[in-house]
Design a protein around this ligand. Structure first.
Ligand code: MLT
Ligand code: MN
Ligand code: ZN
Length: 299
């Protein structure tokens, strides 16, 4: 299996256009501290790639990686489809940026597809530009990711019913947010990608215990971070993101796992956005990594 980390920031990116916090200021001063919105590319076969979550940065993220560049035909692209873990704007706005495609395949769970079609009206808006095919992301059992390049198996683990703010009144459903599981039968390796964790249900614990590599929501270091930094009146948990540190935090879930564990979807207020922050050593002692843009993962 071959994965490319296309971005590792939470909504807004780092730096965020209207933010003067130390994390954003640091990223303006030091280019290497910049992080694009959290996204992953998975290689399904020779010249065939799926991008997990379509961020506002998606076209730049494609330009960043030669593997994702078009050619040799004038409009021939290795992008075979987009997989969504949720309907949040930072993970879906990029779909509209792909409207130049001849056709576009989008894999999503039912509530996510309905939010994009009925609330964002992406189906109607994009129909005059490109042919969007919506494919159901299997919540139970796995199926081949790419019919044209059999190999990787895909499935989703329902994580929480956290809805985007634009769909706050939409019906409850356990599959609003899922963790994505990719399994490569050739190497018997599996990866779990969960950039939005409002909860840690038992089935996620089970999937994490079986995985060889786990990439999870590292939005906030601790529960008080959003209030302390003045970006919100809510705690991290209240904003739908389990913090890394503290009781009930994700670090204590990850530390005992045998999988390689990495954080992604870092908010600009997270001390981890500073490479010199002591929190990096805390994680390293637990055997946990922080993903970075441009990282290549071969589980
Ligand atoms: C989230 O991760 O909670 C959302 O993406 C927040 C947002 O960008 O609106
Ligand atoms: Mn987000
Ligand atoms: Zn900031």
């Amino acid at each position: 299996m071959l994965l490319l980390v296309l971005g590792t920031a939470a909504g807004g990116g780092i730096p965020q256009w209207n933010c003067a916090c130390p994390g954003c200021a640091g990223a303006r001063a030091h280019l290497h501290r910049r992080r694009r919105h959290a996204s992953l590319a998975a290689r399904a076969g020779e010249g065939r790639w799926y991008i997990v979550n379509a961020t506002p940065d998606i076209a730049d993220q494609i330009e960043d990686r030669p593997e994702l560049h078009p050619g040799p035909g004038p409009r021939q692209t290795p992008l075979a489809g987009v997989i969504l873990t949720d309907a949040e704007l930072d993970h879906t706005l990029g779909i509209a940026r792909l409207r130049e495609a001849d056709r576009l395949q989008v894999l999503a769970t039912t509530p996510v597809r309905q939010a994009l079609r009925d609330r964002l009206r992406l189906g109607d808006v994009l129909a005059p530009y490109t042919d969007v095919t919506w494919r159901e992301l299997p919540g139970h059992g796995s199926e081949p990711l790419d019919p044209a390049a059999p190999g990787l198996q895909i499935s989703a683990v329902p994580v929480s019913g956290k809805r985007p703010r634009y769909a706050a009144d939409a019906p409850d459903d356990e599959a609003w947010v899922v963790a994505l599981r990719l399994y490569d039968p050739a190497s018997s390796t599996s990866v779990l990608y969960a950039p939005a964790l409002a909860a840690w249900p038992d089935r996620l614990q089970q999937a994490a215990a079986e995985a060889d590599c786990v990439l999870v929501d590292g939005t906030f270091w601790d529960d008080e971070e959003p209030r302390r930094t003045g970006i919100s009146s809510r705690t991290a948990t209240g904003m739908g993101h389990l913090p890394i540190d503290g009781p009930g935090g994700t670090a204590e879930r990850l530390a005992p796992l045998s999988a390689r564990c990495l954080y992604t979807h870092l908010n600009n207020t997270n001390p981890l956005v500073d490479p010199a922050a002591p929190q990096h050593k805390r994680l390293a002692r637990l055997g946990i990594e922080v993903a970075y843009d441009g990282m290549v993962i071969e589980p």
